[in-house]
Design a protein. Structure first.
Length: 214
């Protein structure tokens, strides 16, 4: 299948409502189908990469490493997800790592090129502001869950969110359980134990990497 830069960008929620003429302008200042093999780093601290990228195919995890060497998963990126919006507006090096969880293709845009386009594209500014708002809500929601919900409720809430986002009661876990556990603020052992409880209670069914909400 021939890759369409416009269709690729409009898969992302950030650009879904853009008129086609503006999306076409956006495509002219973006780079498409950069390939990153499974396990490779898409971004790392102080690598000089400025700007935003979208996952065209594949999946990646965003994580940080503490001085102790402990890894903390901050986010899981899937097809259509956007990362680095803030670096389109402020030239600053990220302190996080972004690693391909499988063979991954991205589409990217530099801060300089985007700034030049933004000067004549107020519609794009509005879409970005709305996207930031949604991301802040998601971060706040996950923070509240970590602090107020028990592990089982937190895990179930995550599955329900994914089902709503995908429009399907069946969710495919494209990330390792240890990464999902880190994202939800639980241990891998707790994740496995609580998922077994949800199965025993008839709330979910698990088949391989697929979770079905009953």
């Amino acid at each position: 299948m021939v890759h369409s830069p416009v269709a690729c960008l409009k898969k992302a929620e950030l650009f879904q409502d853009l008129p086609d003429d503006l999306a076409q302008k956006l495509a002219t200042v973006s780079i498409h189908q950069q390939h990153f093999p499974k396990g490779s780093l898409i971004r790392q601290p102080f690598d000089g990469q400025s700007g935003m990228f979208a996952i065209d195919q594949g999946a990646a995890k965003v994580y940080s490493i503490a001085e102790s060497g402990k890894e903390s998963v901050l986010d899981i990126l899937k097809k259509g997800d956007i990362e680095g919006q803030q670096y389109l507006f402020k030239e600053e090096d990220s302190e996080n790592y972004i690693q391909a969880l499988e063979d991954t293709w991205i589409c990217s845009m530099s801060r300089h090129d985007f700034q030049e386009l933004l000067k004549s594209s107020p519609e794009l500014s509005l879409n970005l502001l709305n996207n930031f708002g949604e991301k802040l809500v998601a971060i706040e929601k996950n923070s509240i869950r970590r602090n107020s919900l028990d592990a089982k409720s937190r895990i179930l809430a995550y599955f329900e969110d994914q089902a709503k986002k995908n429009g399907s009661r069946t969710i495919e876990l494209s990330i390792k359980k240890k990464d999902l556990a880190s994202y939800l603020g639980v241990t891998p052992e707790t994740l496995s134990r609580q998922m077994k409880k949800l199965v025993a209670e008839g709330i979910i069914q698990v088949s391989g990497k697929k979770v079905h909400l009953l």
